[in-house]
Write a protein that binds this ligand. Structure first.
Ligand code: NAG
Ligand code: NAG
Length: 301
């Protein structure tokens, strides 16, 4: 009986007994590189493969830009994760609501004084994905046929950096029009990394509504559609500009003429418009006091 008991103990010891104590504390994690979405929970695992010590000392440090800080120390969550995380058996850290500032490396350290190998640590890198916000899109209101132009799209919150897509009249523009028969005649090119949509030569058909979408693994966002008009030649622009200048001149003249008896004076003086001192001289030598006075008042206006 005693011998069988001893033998049994011996077998148990050989099979299980000495293995942990001889190896000491060993840690393991399910993922060394962890991706999480912002505003979602995430658990960093620190599994203890073997240990003999009953109450090992567990610590977690956050290492951001090479600077370590405690996030679990003396049995409580502290620092950046205070009130935002909890320790879960055996030594995992659960972040309730990850934020972009949690992107960092985290080190789980376990000290087991009763073990032969009394310390182990494991490094986990956490990257928190951030959904893009609405990108800033710039679409020219009007361009001339045959000229080049660029539409721009920019988003700077998303992580990882988003890829950009452009839509024309609600239809996605393939990144390379040459590969798609429907867009074979288009002369644009899209840079999905910078968000630029470049037209080498704008065609009439390029007119319409444009919007851009910024997308990464966390989600996407898009700007509201903006209209780009395409004119045959810039005749309209030239016409509008000339019309504008003409209107200003006409209203100025009309304005000045609306003051009684002022038109002849102004017309006379306009010859000296680019020569103010000469005009002043002329006024000084004016013999009519009334005219002199009127001229000065118009000069003040
Ligand atoms: C997470 O945090 C953000 C900002 O602090 C908050 O708006 C959001 O409601 C939180 N989400 C949850 C599930 O608690
Ligand atoms: C492209 O242009 C050619 C020649 O101008 C024309 O024959 C063809 O129909 C156009 N293709 C499309 C898809 O518009």
């Amino acid at each position: 009986m005693a011998i069988t008991g001893l033998a049994f103990c011996l077998i148990l010891y050989t099979v299980f007994g000495h293995i942990p104590s001889s190896l000491g504390v060993i840690l393991r994690t399910t993922d060394k590189i962890v991706w999480a979405n912002e505003f979602e929970p995430i658990e960093l695992t620190c599994l203890i493969e073997s240990i003999s010590t009953n109450n090992p000392r567990i610590e977690w440090k956050k290492i951001k830009n090479g600077v370590p800080s405690y996030v679990y120390f003396q049995n409580k969550i502290s620092g950046d994760l205070e009130n935002r995380a909890q320790l879960r058996e055996p030594a995992n850290i659960l972040i309730f609501n990850a934020t972009r500032s949690d992107t960092a490396e985290y080190r789980c350290e376990v000290a087991a004084i009763d073990d032969q190998r009394d310390f182990d640590e494991i490094l986990i890198s956490l990257a928190v994905r951030v959904k893009p916000v609405v990108p800033r899109c710039s679409v020219p209101e009007a361009v001339t046929v045959g000229t080049s132009t660029e539409l721009r799209c920019l988003e700077n919150q998303g992580f990882p950096a988003p890829q950009y897509r452009w839509f024309h009249n609600s239809e996605e523009l393939p990144q390379d029009p040459k590969n798609s028969p429907r867009f074979a005649n288009f002369s644009y090119s899209i840079n999905p990394d910078t968000g630029g949509l470049k037209f080498r030569r704008v065609r009439k058909e390029d007119a319409g509504e444009y919007y851009c979408q910024a997308k990464n693994d966390a989600g996407y966002a898009q700007c509201s559609p903006q209209i780009m008009d395409v004119y045959d030649v810039d005749i309209l622009g030239i016409f509008l500009k000339s019309l504008g200048i003409f209107a200003v001149v006409v209203s100025l003249v009309g304005c000045l003429c609306s003051f009684r008896r002022m038109c002849p004076h102004n017309k006379g003086h306009s010859e000296n418009n680019y020569n103010w001192p000469a005009q002043n001289d002329r006024v000084d030598y004016s013999d009519a006091d009334e005219g002199h006075f009127r001229h000065k008042s118009s000069f003040v206006i």
